[in-house]
Design a protein around this ligand. Structure first.
Ligand SMILES: [Zn+2]
Length: 181
């Protein structure tokens, strides 16, 4: 059994009715990882409050056959973002980008610091993250019509799509990357 203590941003907390709920984190020490909250323990409901998506937490994990959340305490709930539905939406888009494009257990401090900084300032620019991940929007073209400066990134096949062509693709696979605020 291994134990880890790390700062982590909660990316997603599954709202499943199942006994063991899955949580995704981006951690400072281990990068992206999925862990489980085992139900039936007294701490579960207390833990749930701390595991709100976008929270920065101090996380204690126990690794047996799988990763289990042993404890989590909120360090920063980023209240500046919570006040704006648009910023929350944008921040959740960022968590989705990280969850779908980053390999698990490959820590990257560049991603970590940009993530923390984005949540602190509320200035969330997907293009910076795409560049860190190796998909520079500046150099990209629409995969359908080859026009430059495409407005969308496709999370499924890591291609770019322009404003005009994006109707041909399922909306839930696309991330609008043009506006930064
Ligand atoms: Zn196009």
């Amino acid at each position: 059994m291994k134990e880890y203590l790390t700062e982590a941003v909660v990316l997603n907390f599954e709202k499943s009715q199942e006994a063991n709920r899955r949580v995704s984190f981006y951690t400072k020490e281990l990068g992206l990882l999925n862990a489980q909250v085992i139900s039936g323990r007294k701490i579960t409901s207390k833990l749930s409050l701390h595991l709100n998506p976008l929270n920065l937490v101090l996380l204690r994990l126990v690794e047996k056959k799988r990763m289990i959340v042993a404890d989590a305490v909120v360090l920063n709930a980023f209240s500046n973002i919570r006040g704006s539905a648009l910023k929350i939406k944008k921040a959740l888009g960022l968590t989705r980008l990280i969850r779908t494009q980053v390999l698990t257990k490959q820590p990257d401090l560049k991603i970590w610091y940009h993530l923390i900084n984005s949540l602190k300032t509320g200035e969330i620019d997907y293009k910076i993250f795409l560049k860190i991940l190796g998909y520079d929007p500046k150099l990209s073209r629409c995969q359908n019509c080859s026009i430059g400066q495409p407005a969308y990134f496709c999370l499924i096949d890591q291609t770019f799509i322009c404003e005009k062509c994006h109707f041909k693709f399922p909306e839930n696979e696309l991330l609008y990357i043009k506006s930064a605020f």
